[in-house]
Structures are given as C-alpha cells and as structure tokens.
Design a protein around this ligand. Structure first.
Ligand SMILES: Nc1ncnc2c1ncn2[C@@H]1O[C@H](COP(=O)(O)OP(=O)(O)OP(=O)(O)O)[C@@H](O)[C@H]1O
Ligand SMILES: Cc1ncc(COP(=O)(O)O)c(N)n1
Length: 265
C-alpha cells in the first residue's frame, strides 16, 4: 500500500523549499503527499520578501478536517512561524497520535530571513520536540535549541546530537551541511547508537531546500522501511543525487532548487 504522508509547513512559490519541495520529495520517494499550510511566504531563490502567518485556529481547522477523514502514515513538520501554530500542531499530535513524526526545526532561511519567531524556540523545544520521533536540525538550529555556541567541527557532532537527545528527541539527525570540507557529514543518534552519514559534497549553488527535501524524503520512506536508520540513509542518498542532478534546472538567480527525480518506477 502506498503510504499517505503529510507536510505541515510554509510555502515557496519558486518550488524549491517548504510545502512545494516536500510534495515533490514525497512523490519521488513512493508516497502519496498531502499538506497543511502554516504560512504563505513570498520567496524565491534570492530570498524572502514577505510572510503571512496562518491563524493558529485555521491550522487546527486544516489538521482536523484532514485527519478526521484520511489515515496518515507519517508527518513531516517544517516551518511553524510562531508559538500559536506550534501549539496547534502539538494539540493535533496529542489528538491523532500519528505513527511517524519527523520535525525539521526550521528557524532561518538560507537567505538569512527568520522563519520562526525567536521567542517560539523555547516552545518548540519544550512542547513539540519531546512528541516527535526524529528531529533534523542543522548546526545553527542545534545551537539555538541547546543555548550554546555553534559547532564548527564534525568531530563535535556526536556529542551535540547526544545533548539534543537529552531534550527528549528519540532520534536526532544532526546535519552538517553548513561545514566546509570534501564531504557533507550528518550524524544520526538514537536507540543507543550513533552513526556518521557521509556523502561527497556536491559543488553547486542549487542548495535551496536541501533540509526540507531530506526530512520529507525520510518521512516518505519511513513507513516503507523497517527502521529509522534505513529510511535516513536512503533519503540522504536521494538528496545527494537530487543535488547532483540539479545542474539540469535553470530556476532563478540565487540559491536554486534540487532536482526531484523519480527513483521508484
Ligand atoms: N553541497 C552539498 N553536497 C552534498 N550534500 C549537501 C550539500 N549541502 C548540504 N548537503 C546535505 O543536505 C542536507 C541539509 O543540510 P544543511 O545542513 O544545509 O541543512 P539546512 O540548513 O536545514 O538546509 P536548508 O535550510 O537549505 O533546507 C544534509 O544532509 C547535508 O549534509
Ligand atoms: C517555507 C520554507 N521552509 C523552509 C525553508 C528553509 O529552506 P532554505 O534554508 O533552503 O531557505 C524555506 N526557505 N521556506
């Protein structure tokens, strides 16, 4: 059976990040994609010009309407914008107890624009993080969640992932895309085990929405794979190929999107 997978996130009219990227990654990884929108974002490959946050009650209305009808096999949560929307999502998780939940704790876009109110970071950490199965912070987001300086070395990443797990996340995928080096190194920590996931760094400026794509591919694959490490390893391979294939696209003048190729038929 094809899994039903939901993205709860903001929009990107240029199709590189947010809901639009998630739906492409779901399809490419064999899932049926659905979406609940938290914020309308006027953005493209060069940055964000405006944000309209959806009222928390309307996020609840979208979630209730969908979840009362459709079985959801996995959820990917991205941009949540503010504390009211975080609490609407927390209430829905408590009400419907979805089987697999991935949280990409989106805080700042690649362009430097804030996508989460600073005062909402504590709400995300204390109320949402302990309710999800996997969190996928990048290094600045990990530092913000832990209230400590940002790590600049891959050697420190296992210890950072362990401290994030102590906040209540069952599995932590700490992403090292912001580090320099020949390889792009992530660390997966969970169930008492830690592993490095290393892929060759692709020389490209088409790196808008890489975090969105990775977390969405993980959510799509998890119901189709026996455990988190299998889904995470395969999603990372999917992202690396999507980055490699991105040279075939000609979209915008800034950080372009990755190419969501179909790998399953
Ligand atoms: N140039 C690259 N080549 C290969 N992998 C990359 C490259 N850049 C990023 N990655 C990988 O992409 C994923 C996302 O990493 P990153 O740390 O950039 O997250 P992010 O900042 O949340 O992404 P974004 O905000 O762009 O959505 C990680 O698995 C990282 O290793
Ligand atoms: C709606 C939305 N969600 C997430 C991101 C982060 O992606 P990036 O860091 O590549 O800009 C974004 N730009 N927009």
């Amino acid at each position: 059976m094809i899994p039903n997978v939901l993205s709860v996130a903001g929009t990107d009219p240029s199709g590189g990040a947010g809901i639009q990227a998630d739906l492409k990654a779901f399809s490419a990884n064999g899932a049926y994609g659905m979406s609940v929108i938290t914020a309308l974002v006027a953005q493209t490959t060069t940055g964000v010009t405006a944000v309209r946050e959806v009222a928390p009650e309307f996020v609840t209305a979208q979630l209730d309407t969908l979840l009362d009808d459709v079985r959801v096999d996995a959820v990917k949560i991205g941009m949540l914008a503010n504390a009211g929307i975080i609490r609407a999502v927390v209430a829905a998780i408590d009400r419907y107890a979805p089987r697999h939940v991935v949280l990409d704790p989106v805080m700042v876009a690649k362009s430097g624009d804030r996508l989460l109110a600073p005062e909402a970071v504590a709400v995300l950490r204390d109320e949402l993080l302990p309710r999800v199965d996997l969190i996928t912070p990048n290094l600045p987001e990990a530092a913000d969640l832990l209230g400590e300086p940002e790590t600049t070395s891959a050697d420190d990443m296992p210890a950072v992932a362990e401290r994030l797990a102590a906040l209540g996340a069952k599995q932590v995928l700490l992403k090292g895309g912001h580090l320099d080096g020949e390889s792009s190194v992530d660390v997966l920590h969970g169930g008492g085990a830690t592993e490095f996931l290393t892929s060759p760094r692709v020389a490209t400026t088409n790196d808008h929405g890489t975090g969105c794509t990775l977390s969405a591919a993980i959510a799509a694959l998890r119901p189709q794979r026996p455990d988190w490490p299998s889904a995470v390893r395969e999603a990372k391979q999917y992202l690396t190929t999507a980055l490699r294939e991105s040279h075939r696209l000609d979209v915008g003048h800034g950080h372009g999107p990755v190419h969501h190729f179909h790998q399953w038929w």
